[in-house]
Design a protein around this ligand. Structure first.
Ligand code: NDP
Length: 259
């Protein structure tokens, strides 16, 4: 199989939806064998039906260490050592000041931060030397968006943690980077905008905040993850790439600020 990930093995957490699924599709098109994890059996089955035998779909909750260990073992057994690990699984719970329970706050931290560390820890002994680890971050690290303290804290934590992990894995030539998407069209927004109409209104609003004047697509994030996973990024390490139309880097160019 030809392609930028020919004969490589990838493990993608949260690969049954949104950005993770788009990345699994692209990695397979580029020659990889891909294991995905997720909690929902129906979307795991749908991914397997779509992507065929070079996809292994593993039910595994990333907040459960034993499940993570099983997922890594199944991946290695089926496809061999992992060249690219995309720690992507995440949730987007709002935690506004004054209206947040400890349980809700800790749920976001457990899923978006703690589980990311334990994903990398579970995979680390099985990562191929000179492999690539990509963590999914967010523009929320710099947005100051009201109501998202836990989410922003976890994503800033992911970025901080990525540098430590890069240092720890450097002796094996393994690179660790963060992809930081802006608002991207995926099912993560289903709760914020549950109907097609509500999503259209949300999309119009969010488009005003990006210099490129639109929401992002999961495939655009996937292409950046592919770059980071591939040898094209062989000297790219311990950095963060925003895929946000310039929302963070050129905020004042957004349509909402134009005269
Ligand atoms: P989706 O809701 O489409 O996908 C989230 C994925 O994470 C699903 O596959 C889900 O699996 C999985 N997941 C969540 N919790 C767990 C868990 N405990 N164990 C295993 N899998 C879990 O959203 P996105 O594709 O948008 O999100 C992917 C990542 O991108 C997240 O980390 C998110 O924070 C980040 N991101 C997204 C942005 C956006 O605008 N879409 C912007 C910036 C960052 P299941 O459905 O089976 O529960």
């Amino acid at each position: 199989m030809a392609g930028r990930l020919a004969n490589k093995t990838a493990l993608i957490t949260g690969g049954n939806s949104g950005i993770g699924l788009a990345t699994a599709r692209l990695f397979i098109a580029e020659g990889a064998r891909v294991a995905i994890t997720g909690r929902k059996q129906d979307t795991l089955d749908a991914a397997r039906a779509e992507l065929g035998e070079r996809l292994l779909a593993i039910p595994a909750d990333t907040t459960d260490e034993a499940a993570l260990a099983r997922a890594v073992a199944a991946t290695v057994k089926e496809f061999g050592p992992v060249h690219a690990l995309f720690a992507n699984a995440g949730i987007a719970g709002a935690t506004p000041l004054g209206g947040t329970t400890r349980e809700a706050f800790e749920d976001v931290v457990r899923t978006n931060l703690t589980a990311v560390f334990f994903t990398v820890q579970a995979a680390a002994p099985h990562l191929a030397d000179h492999g690539s680890v990509i963590l999914n971050g967010s523009v929320h690290t710099a947005l100051g968006m009201p109501g998202y303290a836990a989410y922003a804290a976890t994503k800033a934590g992911v970025t901080g943690m990525s540098r430590v992990l890069a240092a720890e894995l450097a002796p094996r030539g393994i690179r660790v980077n963060v992809v930081a998407p802006g608002a991207t069209r995926t099912p993560i927004w289903n709760r914020t905008a549950p109907t097609a109409e509500a999503f259209k209104a949300f999309e119009q609003r969010i488009s005003q905040t990006s210099p490129l004047g639109r929401i992002g697509e999961a495939e655009e994030v996937a292409k950046t993850v592919l770059f980071l996973a591939s040898d094209d990024a062989s000297n790219v390490n311990a950095t963060e790439i925003f895929v946000d139309g310039g929302t963070i880097g050129a905020r004042m160019g957004a349509p909402m600020f134009r005269g």
